[in-house]
Write a protein that binds this ligand. Structure first.
Ligand code: GBH
Length: 465
């Protein structure tokens, strides 16, 4: 199961919407145009000496700020039902004040949304996708408790500006990724960040429910990313479960479980480690009972980004494999990907469709079968239009998804990552995730369909994998 064999052209349930995704910093460019202020990724990509592969920056990226018509044309060419994109916080609120809205930024997203609606393509908007205004990052970002209100104010501005046309909102993309990446004090502020992210998400959910839901009837949810963790051998089943609880459960348990709050395993483990480290209190900050209630149930669907899987075994070394304290040390396991798994261009990415099948099953069983939106799933390749590996990746992963759906998983949306090549964070333009190739050397950032475009188009048109 979850392993694609030769089941040619298998039927996809009619209710599933298909689309593709992108995020603002990764495609827009126009970093200093029309009143946009700097974000933390402008700062990172402009650092000297440079930190990003090939000294790449998102200054121009795919120049979607000036190419939105072509972007929508691509969606139309492929026959997408939906398109998932994110909004740049600092393009809308250049000083992070809801009283200072940048009209040029608003105009860009209005044009994009209206162009999509002309062709019946449904916009789905991510409010926060890894990038934050630099001004906020300099104040500590999500480690600063004020961030909760800043985020909620920003979310309200977006609901007000675009809520008449945007009916699906993703509050935060991959909270764990941001908290781990931006952590200054491992094992401490990554958990403080997580706490604030959960509160910010839940309050932004509440604002929509109380102020906009009656008028617009839309849905709001969070996007979590997780690998599937397979025990290396039978004795490692508990280790694999621990890893999943720390990764997915850290955010999913507070929102989607019946009891709410952090996963019990995390609470116990971090409290015990903190005590052994001579600390006065657990490094995992607590939620008040009111906060537990606020966060519980604060998502209309389960947004999932999934790319790959890994094997896990218990970390028994006394010295510690990871620095202590740290999130990895708390997790107490070691993960790796065996040489035998199908490789891709990115060292972290292997093609493991059965892992997707198992992860979808796990979410169904553990969190009461929530409506599931696969918000990202994709395969990195090098340059070139003949992206055979991406085509087979999608065939295999869509088959794995169908296996899980047949067992009852409630998948409603699938947005492939990505519509087009984009700025792949620390890897710059080296790892390509696009179904459309972008020529980053041409002034107009010409887009050309790869083989995967024709495959995906056919999947959507025939509703068969
Ligand atoms: C997603 O994160 C992001 O939401 C999206 O913006 C991004 O373009 C997409 O992945 C593809 O990467 O180089 O060994 O340090 C997925 C989680 C976490 C996967 C960071 C890549 C880098 C590993 N990502 N990871 S490494």
């Amino acid at each position: 199961k979850g392993e694609q064999i030769n089941r040619f052209r298998r039927k996809i349930p009619d209710n599933i919407l298909f689309g593709a995704g992108t995020s603002a910093y990764q495609i827009e460019g126009a970093w200093n145009e029309d009143g946009r202020t700097e974000s933390v990724w402008d700062y990172i990509s402009h650092a000297e000496p440079c930190e990003i592969h090939n000294c790449d920056t998102g200054d121009i990226a795919a120049d979607s700020y000036n190419n939105y018509k072509r972007d929508v044309q691509m969606m139309k060419e492929m026959g997408l039902d939906v398109y998932r994109f994110s909004i740049s916080w600092n393009r809308i609120l250049p000083t992070n004040s809801p009283n200072n809205i940048n009209e040029a930024g608003v105009a860009y997203y209005n044009k994009l949304i209206d162009e999509m609606l002309k062709y019946n393509i449904t916009p789905m908007v991510t409010i926060h996708h890894l990038d934050v205004p630099l001004q906020i990052d300099e104040l500590g970002g999500w480690v600063n408790p004020k961030m909760v209100d800043w985020f909620v104010n920003y979310a309200r501005v977006l609901y007000e500006l675009f809520g008449d046309r945007v009916k699906t909102w993703f509050t935060i993309n991959e909270p764990r990724e941001y908290c781990i990446q931006r952590s200054m004090k491992p094992g401490f502020d990554d958990y403080i960040c997580a706490r604030h992210m959960l509160l910010g998400h839940a309050k932004a959910y509440d604002v929509y429910k109380n102020e906009f839901k009656a008028k617009y009837g839309g849905k709001v949810g969070i996007v979590l990313n997780s690998l599937w963790y397979e025990p290396e051998s039978e004795k490692d089943a508990e280790a694999a479960e621990d890893k999943l609880q720390f990764e997915l459960g850290q955010y999913a348990h507070p929102i989607f479980s019946k009891t709410g709050d952090w996963p019990p395993l995390m609470k116990n483990r971090i409290a015990a480690k903190s005590a052994a480290q001579g600390l006065m209190e657990s490094r995992l900050p607590e939620f008040t009972p009111e906060e537990v209630e606020l966060i519980k149930g604060s998502s209309d669907f389960f947004g999932l980004n999934h790319y790959t899987s890994a094997l896990v075994y218990r970390n028994n070394s006394v010295q510690g494999f990871y620095p202590s304290p740290s999130y990895e040390d708390d997790t107490g396991v070691i993960m790796y990907q065996p040489e035998t798994w199908e490789k891709t261009i990115a060292p972290w990415h292997k093609v493991v469709p059965w892992g997707f099948y198992k992860l979808l099953n796990k979410i169904r069983e553990e969190y009461g079968n929530p409506p599931l939106y696969v918000t990202e799933n994709g395969c990195p390749t090098g340059p070139g239009l003949l992206d055979t590996q991406r085509v087979t990746f999608y065939r295999k992963y869509l088959n794995a998804m169908l296996d899980s759906i047949e067992e009852g998983s409630d998948v409603r949306v699938y947005t492939a990552w990505s519509l087009m090549d984009n700025f792949e964070w620390m890897m710059g333009y080296h790892d390509k995730f696009g179904m459309y190739e972008v020529d980053f050397n041409s002034p107009t950032r010409t887009r050309t369909p790869r083989a995967s475009v024709f495959y995906y188009k056919k999947v959507i048109r025939t509703r068969r994998v």
